[in-house]
Design a protein around this ligand. Structure first.
Ligand SMILES: *Cc1c(COP(=O)(O)O)cnc(C)c1O
Length: 380
C-alpha cells in the first residue's frame, strides 16, 4: 500500500542538505557563536523579504511574540492589564505570550469560512481596555481586511501580527493590506522557524519584524538581557537571542520561501479541484493565490464522523493531523478566560482534518488522496 506521510522533515530539508552542512561548518570554523554576521545577514534577508525596516532574530516564535509585546510595554505604547484580542483557534503560544507580558488574553471567535479572526468578531470583543489585536495568519492565510483596518484605526489598537504560519503570504495591491506581505501590516510581527513551518530551521528559531526603530531597539535590548551597551543593564531583560547556526540554516532556506510556498499552493489547488465537497467543507480559495501559503490545508466533516474518517484515511495510508483539537480558551492553563461561548471555533475544532500539504506532498499524491477521501465520504 502506498503511504502518504503528513510531513517528512528530512525530506523537506534534503534539497538543501549539502548547503546546510556547509553553512553549519562555516559557523563552527568561524569561532563566532553568539550574534555576528550570520545573524545580521539573516535579519537583512528577512527584512527585505517581508518589506520592513528591520528584522530581529530571536530564539523561537513564542519568544518573538513575547519580545514584541514586552517591547510595546517598554516603549509605553501599551500597559500591563490592557486587553489583547486574538483568535481562539490559534496555537497556544499566541495566548501564552499575551499572558506572559501581563496583558489580558481575550479569545475571539472566527469567520466560519476561512476560520480567521475578522472585523465582526474583533469588534464584539472590544472594551474600553482593549489595546492590542493579534491577527494570526492561520494556516498561512493573510488575516487582514479593510474592515479590520478601519476598526483598528477607529479604536487606536496596536497590531501585533502572528506570522508563524504565514511567511511569504502577500496581499494583492488592490486588496486589503495594499500588497503588503505578512509581517509588514501591523506595528510589529512575530515569525517562527520551528522545523514544521513553511520555512523551518534545524531546531528552534524565530524573528520579529517592524519598521519602528524604537520598537526594534527595545526588542534587541530585551532579547539580550536588557542591555543597551556592554555591561549596562538598562532593563530587566531575557536571553532570547537567535543562534548563529540557526541563522546560517535560515540564510540557506529563506531565498526559497516563494518556491516552497508555490509547491504547497499547487498541492492545495489539486485538493480544491479534486475533492468532492458533498459532506466535506473545503477551505475557500483566497482572492489572489499569493494571499495564502497553505501552511495547513484544513477540511471539515461533521463532528460525529471526524475520528472515523481519519482512521479510515490512515487505513488507506493517508496520515492526517488536527490544528488544533482543543481551542486555546478550553486549555487547562487558560480555562475560564473566555467571556462567552465561541461556537465557530468550538465546532471547527471537532470537525477539522488537516491533509498533507507540506513536503513530501505532491500534486499527483494530492489527487490520489482526494480520490481516497471521496471514496470514504461516499461509503466506498
Ligand atoms: C508555531 C506557532 C507559534 C510558536 O512558534 P514556536 O517557534 O514554536 O515558539 C506561535 N503562533 C503560531 C500561530 C504558531 O503556529
Amino acid at each position: 500500500m502506498k503511504h502518504y506521510p503528513f510531513l517528512d522533515l528530512a525530506a523537506a530539508n534534503s534539497p538543501y542538505a549539502d548547503s546546510l552542512a556547509e553553512a553549519a561548518a562555516r559557523v563552527i570554523s568561524s569561532g563566532r557563536y553568539i550574534g555576528g554576521p550570520e545573524v545580521t545577514d539573516m535579519e537583512e534577508m528577512l527584512a527585505s523579504q517581508v518589506g520592513t525596516g528591520s528584522a530581529i532574530g530571536v530564539s523561537n516564535g513564542l519568544d518573538a511574540l513575547r519580545m514584541s509585546l514586552r517591547a510595546l510595554i517598554l516603549t509605553g505604547r501599551i500597559s500591563p492589564g490592557d486587553e489583547a484580542v486574538f483568535p481562539a483557534n490559534t496555537c497556544a503560544a499566541t495566548a501564552l505570550a499575551i499572558a506572559d507580558a501581563g496583558l489580558i488574553p481575550v479569545p475571539a471567535d472566527v469567520e466560519p469560512d476561512s476560520l480567521l479572526l475578522d472585523a465582526a468578531n474583533l469588534e464584539s470583543k472590544l472594551t474600553g481596555r482593549t489595546k492590542v489585536v493579534v491577527p494570526v495568519h492561520l494556516y498561512g492565510r493573510l488575516c487582514w481586511s479593510d474592515d479590520m483596518a478601519t476598526l483598528v484605526a477607529r479604536h487606536g489598537l496596536t497590531v501585533v501580527e502572528d506570522c508563524a504560519q504565514s511567511i511569504g503570504a502577500a496581499g494583492s495591491v488592490a486588496g486589503p493590506g495594499g500588497g503588503k506581505r505578512a509581517g509588514s501590516i501591523g506595528h510589529i510581527a512575530a515569525f517562527s522557524f520551528y522545523p514544521t513551518k513553511n520555512i523551518g530551521a534545524i531546531g528552534d528559531a524565530g524573528a520579529v519584524t517592524t519598521s519602528d526603530p524604537e520598537l526594534e531597539q527595545a526588542v534587541r535590548s530585551l532579547a539580550n538581557y536588557g542591555t543597551t551597551r556592554r555591561n549596562r543593564f538598562e532593563y530587566r531583560g531575557f536571553n532570547c537571542r537567535l543562534d548563529p547556526i540557526q541563522a546560517a540554516m535560515l540564510k540557506v532556506k529563506l531565498p526559497h520561501t516563494d518556491s516552497e510556498n508555490a509547491a504547497r499552493r499547487s498541492v492545495a489547488t489539486v485538493y480544491d479541484s479534486n475533492l468532492n465537497p458533498t459532506g466535506l467543507r473545503l477551505p475557500p480559495l483566497p482572492a489572489t493565490p499569493e494571499e495564502c501559503v497553505w501552511h495547513q490545508y484544513v477540511v471539515r466533516v461533521s463532528p460525529g464522523i471526524r475520528d472515523n474518517v481519519r482512521a479510515r484515511l490512515l487505513d488507506r495510508g493517508v496520515e492526517t493531523d488536527i490544528h488544533y483539537p482543543v481551542p486555546v480558551h478550553m486549555q487547562p492553563c487558560f480555562r475560564g478566560i473566555a467571556s462567552g461561548p465561541l461556537p465557530v471555533v468550538e465546532e471547527a475544532s471537532a470537525s477539522m482534518i488537516s491533509l498533507p500539504v507540506g513536503p513530501p506532498a505532491t500534486p499527483a499524491g494530492a489527487a490520489e488522496i482526494a480520490g481516497i477521501i471521496n471514496d470514504i465520504m461516499q461509503g466506498r
